[in-house]
Design a protein around this ligand. Structure first.
Ligand code: GDP
Ligand code: MG
Length: 190
């Protein structure tokens, strides 16, 4: 567990990771990236065109980790470009809206599209708009089944209230650093 996700100072990053958001249109990618990087809820009603980039620097002990968060447009018209946005990503955030079964149903195909471009990337599932969830949460139950099928971690978040966002960011960072250590060990023993 990383105790403190504090903003880095002026030291240059010791690690950098490209992370890409994956999900249906309107799932809440842009809003979640703004919550992760600016710690606020912004609803400017503007769709993402092409791709946006968000940067998050985090200090852990004497290391400075730079997360480069790619927020690509999810409309079908951007499908050809998306594979270039996905290339060399270290992690995919598989986003679904906890109130919208369609966003979860579409996620497997989106995941396949992502992994076709970068098969070694790790994936983490993130449910969005938790503040709007009412009732039993059937979408969440279904998402838990998908997460267990693929062995992915699953987090539920609200960019509006901030609930679950720190935990998700913490897990992304932890998983990336762990994978970096394992990849490094493998290349030494090869
Ligand atoms: N209530 C609520 N609305 C949200 C949340 N996240 C996003 N939204 C709204 O969902 C809509 C789509 O969000 P946006 O981030 O643009 O989706 P994108 O197309 O995936 O980038 C906007 O009206 C947001 O204000 C959330 O956590 N809670
Ligand atoms: Mg967007």
């Amino acid at each position: 567990m990383i105790d403190e996700l504090s903003p880095a100072t002026t030291s240059p990053p010791t690690h950098g990771f490209k992370i890409v958001c994956i999900g249906s249109n309107e799932v809440g990618m842009t809003t979640l990236m703004r919550r992760f990087c600016q710690d606020r809820f912004v609803d400017d009603g503007k769709p993402t065109l092409g791709t946006d980039l968000y940067l998050k620097e985090i200090r852990i002990g004497n290391q400075v980790v730079l997360l480069i968060l790619w927020d690509p447009a999810s409309q079908d018209s951007f499908m050809i470009l998306r594979k270039y946005y996905f290339m060399y990503a270290r992690c995919g955030l598989l986003l679904f809206d906890v109130n919208d079964p369609r966003s979860l149903a579409e996620l497997e195909a989106r995941r396949d599209e992502f992994l076709a471009a970068c098969s070694q990337a790790l994936c983490i599932m993130i449910g969005t708009k938790l503040d709007r969830l009412k009732g039993r949460g059937q979408v969440v139950e279904e998402a838990a089944r998908m997460a267990s099928k693929y062995g992915y971690e699953l987090f539920l978040t609200s960019a509006k209230t901030g609930e679950g966002c720190h935990e998700a960011l913490d897990a992304i960072l932890r998983a990336l650093l762990q994978k970096e250590i394992i990849d490094c060990r493998l290349s030494i023993t090869r």
